[in-house]
Design a protein around this ligand. Structure first.
Ligand SMILES: C[S@@+](CC[C@H](N)C(=O)[O-])C[C@H]1O[C@@H](n2cnc3c(N)ncnc32)[C@H](O)[C@@H]1O
Length: 295
């Protein structure tokens, strides 16, 4: 884990800041805009603006990090309904990340009235007010998700925001996502920035229906998932065909404890043994079709 002094804020295109993780070799947010990504890839697709009319909302933030997705969610919910009570759980491996975000005043891009909440989450991991009951659980989400399930917490909205699958395959496996799905209410929604075929296939294997979210931030669309397919935007034909290529072979971690390289290696072996279409063929076919459209 990184020392918090190592996290240096990096400017993104919308004026908000992110960090770079030496451990995972990736930034925490899209360079196109960290704040925009939280709002458009997580809060909008989970329909929190509409759900905020409920008296209580349960939110599960997987990979809390700097806290941006939760900051965007609370701002949206309480703008719509200041009396909505929020039951919140956040999962994070590295407690120094939220601490560094506070030390660098990075939550200042959101409502200053909520600053105390993020300060308390970073320091004590708990917040209890009249309208918020929040707990940040530090540890490997592969273990803590099971704790959440056994505590009977069921979410109206889940934010799934690990580093990318090649960097952090542990949190994109069929086994992990099956536990995540078990923590979602029957009419709840899960949102992630990823549109990787392996991620989408794993969400489907976990029993969820999937749809695409609007392409912003990381330029490609994200994914929204739910047990009901009510008003989820359908995948395009191109995206559907992607799910029938080798790219859709999911990551596996049968005992939820394998290191990243073992999970990557297992998938490579599964891909080599698979009779599915090579993803390069699919890419070429669609490139050819888009060229035909331009002509
Ligand atoms: C892309 S960042 C999340 C950004 C965050 N959602 C935000 O809004 O700032 C991924 C986060 O996942 C955390 N992480 C990595 N492996 C984890 C694991 N096994 N369990 C829980 N969290 C993990 C990292 O420490 C990092 O904070």
């Amino acid at each position: 884990m990184q020392d918090m002094g190592i996290f240096t804020p990096q400017l993104t295109a919308d004026g908000s800041f992110t960090f770079f993780s030496e451990e995972f070799g990736e930034t925490f947010h899209s360079q196109q805009g960290a704040k925009k990504e939280a709002e458009l890839k997580f809060v909008e697709p989970t329909q929190l603006r509409q759900k905020a009319h409920q008296p209580t909302l349960h939110l599960l933030d997987i990979c809390y990090g700097l806290g941006y997705n939760t900051a965007a969610a609370l701002e949206t919910i309480w703008q719509v309904n200041p009396n909505c009570r929020v039951e919140w759980v956040g999962l994070e491996l590295d407690a120094s990340v939220p601490k560094a975000a506070i030390a660098h005043h990075l939550l200042n891009h959101w409502n200053p009235d909520h600053a105390q909440i993020f300060h308390q989450l970073a320091t004590s991991g708990k917040v209890q007010t009249e309208r918020l009951n929040a707990q940040l659980i530090v540890g490997d989400a592969r273990a803590t998700i099971q704790q959440i399930y056994h505590s009977n917490f069921r979410a109206d909205a889940i934010f799934l925001d690990p580093f990318s699958p090649p960097r952090c395959p542990q949190l994109w496996t069929v086994e992990f996502l099956s536990w995540v799905a078990k923590c979602l209410k029957p009419d709840g929604r899960l949102a992630t920035y990823s549109c990787a075929a392996a991620v989408r296939a794993a969400l489907i294997a976990a029993g969820l229906q999937i749809g695409a979210t609007f392409p912003v931030g990381r330029r490609s669309p994200g994914t929204v998932a739910s047990f009901t397919n009510l008003d989820i935007a359908a995948l395009s034909v191109q995206e559907q065909e992607h799910l029938h290529t080798k790219a859709a072979i999911p990551y596996r971690d049968p005992h939820l404890c394998e290191p990243a390289d073992a999970i990557l290696q297992r998938r490579q072996i599964d891909q080599q043994a698979s009779a599915l279409e090579p993803t390069s063929h699919w890419k070429k076919r669609w490139l050819f079709q888009s060229q035909l459209r331009i002509q």
